[in-house]
Design a protein around this ligand. Sequence first.
Ligand code: F6P
Length: 370
Amino acid sequence: MPTTTIGVLTAGGDCPGLNAVIRAVAKPLLHEGFRVVGIEDGFRGLIEDRTRPLGVDEVSGILAQGGTILGSCNKSNPRRFATGLNPDGSPRIEDVTGRCVATAERHGIDALIVIGGDGSMSCACELREGFAARGRELRLVGVPKTIDNDLWGTEVTFGFQTAVATAAGALDRVRTTAESHHRAMVVEVMGRNAGWIALHAGLAGGAEVILIPEIPFDLDVVARVVKERAGRGRRYSMIGVSEGARPIGGAKIVAKVDPTSPDPIRLGGVGKFVADEIERRSGVESRYVVLGHLQRGGTPEAFDRVLATAFGHHAAGLVASGRWGRVAVMSGGRVTDIPIEDTASRQRLVPIDDPTIAAARAVYTSFGVA
Ligand code: F6P
């Protein structure tokens, strides 16, 4: 086999387990005689020609390391890249596919492994079209990543279990101070438009109320749960809230809009809103904590290391057998693959009939609805 060069990049928000994937794709490919090139900071590295060779030494000893040795970026779609500012101060957006083609040609990159979420898969598909428009082929293989667990087509993504463990641990800690001060404590977790982290962490952390985007909540019901508990001598309550949760008839709370990002909306602030409303409506003193990027950092849990390695191994197999345009996924408890375009810009939300919701309700967890 003539030496073939495979580019690897990690794009979008980072998550625990990315390095385990890089290791799991690189080692078998190197063993099979491929050259592996790491592209720095997601698609930005392809645009700015920042690459480095990945040999066995570079990918050894990184299994348990959080973050990504390659760096990542969640605002570098080559088809709509912010190259500077317009005279009115708005970002100047350009198609810089040509720069990516040049980088790929300069380094002889024959195929790209994209480790990313739905936005990154969408960028990859758009870039493939941009290559095709220039008469070039961009061979792609995808590996799904996100703490949000919301990638369409896979039952689970690596990073999720670690984020849930962090959030559940935070609920355990916050509970003792809630108990001491007889307060309602609201813990805001990440997850974008999906409530997976709040649901699983809330259940694991024994939250009395779990608020997720898929079930708009009634603040009077939430306040009533807190008040009734106080009336029964349970003088504290724990409320887990997903950043994308919203009251019935209300809108999600947006913390920031970043026009240079493929997914410009950054959610945040619902924790404070809910805590203030609980205090106002129930008279029970309330506080909130926003876990934020704590959930994305640190060492991956064992489950995520195993899943990341299994996905990486599968992706390497797709490359070795020339099965392009596929993403490794978990389906029916087995690692398999689906077309990359199926995962692009599609999110897997929590189904209302999810068994975890039923289990939570069975132990008297409220979802903030009557
Ligand atoms: O998609 C992962 C995620 O952590 C979301 O849960 C969160 O909404 C978003 O990324 C935060 O993005 P940033 O790192 O740009 O603040």
